[in-house]
Ligand binder design. Structure first.
Ligand code: PMV
Length: 313
């Protein structure tokens, strides 16, 4: 049997903007999707045992099968191969946490192990990028990169098709965050296409917003490197405002962001594709983290309390 894992992630700065070549900052979290793969008699049989938001597995099933077909092709494996694939792990199937990329990385690693193929991380990352197209249409590559390598990183898509710019960042110490799930499954592909379309129709408005998003990424990087937690929080708040302006937030996301700020979070924003899915709040220290997590839970939403900047590699 072959086994593999991929990290979940939160985007701290720049989701959606990264698709268009603006830099983003992403942190892997210490939750993974794990996969086990065994050669089988016939077909591709997926048993998905991840804890998910209601409807997640059903909504993503066809995209998951397409992603596996894409993966096999990218790995040069006969598409008629028969495999039993189990998917599980600690990363919940909530939209926004890179669960699809984490599962692609996990499955690609498990397939490689089962078939005794030596596949370097760089190739796993490429394979997961191809697989991610099934879920995201035109992905930036930030999710599969975080899922493959882990850690905290600066990511800039190479719009000319060459290698993306990926730099590992290190911070003084890991920082507590709270992730709140709206419970709504989001369609990343539709969200990404919506932004591209509105950008085409409103170039002036969108260019101004995209320019500020780029500055924010640089300011966010400096704040992380100086470990200026208050500043990181303020910039996250501003990033959320930009995401509202490009119409990818939702009523529930705005509610959870508000609640987190009222409880003292240093900053809060939606994370990932939006339109449902998850938000994240910067909550340094166990006490503040607990307070924010409880406030979100008391409203009936699920939370994941974790840290950014944990050394995962
Ligand atoms: O919602 P998620 O976890 O799939 O994150 C999507 C992030 C986007 O920036 C919206 C898309 C991308 O490919 O970068």
């Amino acid at each position: 049997m072959g086994k593999g894992s991929g990290y979940g992630k939160v985007i701290l700065f720049g989701e959606h903007f990264v698709v268009h070549g603006v830099p983003g900052i992403v942190s892997a979290i210490d939750s993974t999707t794990d996969a086990e793969v065994k050669k089988a008699q016939s077909g591709i049989n997926v048993k998905d045992e991840r804890k998910t938001a209601k409807g997640y597995s059903e909504e993503k099933r066809l995209q998951q099968l397409e992603s596996i077909e894409r993966m096999l092709k990218a790995m040069g494996i006969d598409p008629k191969i028969a495999l039993d694939i189990w998917v599980g792990g600690t990363l919940p199937g909530f939209s926004g946490l890179g669960a699809s990329a984490a599962s692609s990385v996990a499955i690609a690693r498990a397939i490689a192990q089962e078939l005794n193929m030596k596949v370097a991380d760089e190739k796993i990352n490429q394979v997961a990028y191809e697989a991610e197209k099934a879920y995201a249409g035109n992905p930036s590559g930030i999710d599969n990169t975080a899922a493959t390598y882990g850690g905290l990183m600066w990511f800039r898509k190479n719009m000319a098709g060459g290698p993306d710019k990926v730099e590992h960042l290190s911070i003084e110490a890991p920082v507590e965050i709270v992730i709140g799930s709206t419970g709504k499954v989001a369609n990343t592909k539709a969200m990404v296409e919506g932004v591209a379309e509105r950008k085409r129709k409103n170039p002036q408005k969108y260019n101004t917003i995209f320019k500020r998003a780029e500055e924010l990424a640089y300011e966010g990087r400096a704040a992380l490197e100086f470990y200026n937690l208050k500043k990181i929080g303020e910039l996250m708040n501003e990033n959320h405002r930009l995401l509202q302006e490009i119409e990818v937030s939702s009523k529930e996301l705005d509610l959870l962001v508000d609640v987190a700020r009222k409880q003292g979070a240093y900053g809060a924003k939606l994370t990932g594709g939006g339109g449902g899915g998850c938000m994240t709040a910067l909550t340094p220290g166990k006490e503040l983290q607990g307070k924010v997590a409880n406030a979100i839970k008391n409203l009936g939403f699920e939370v994941l309390s974790t840290k950014i900047g944990v050394q995962t590699t």
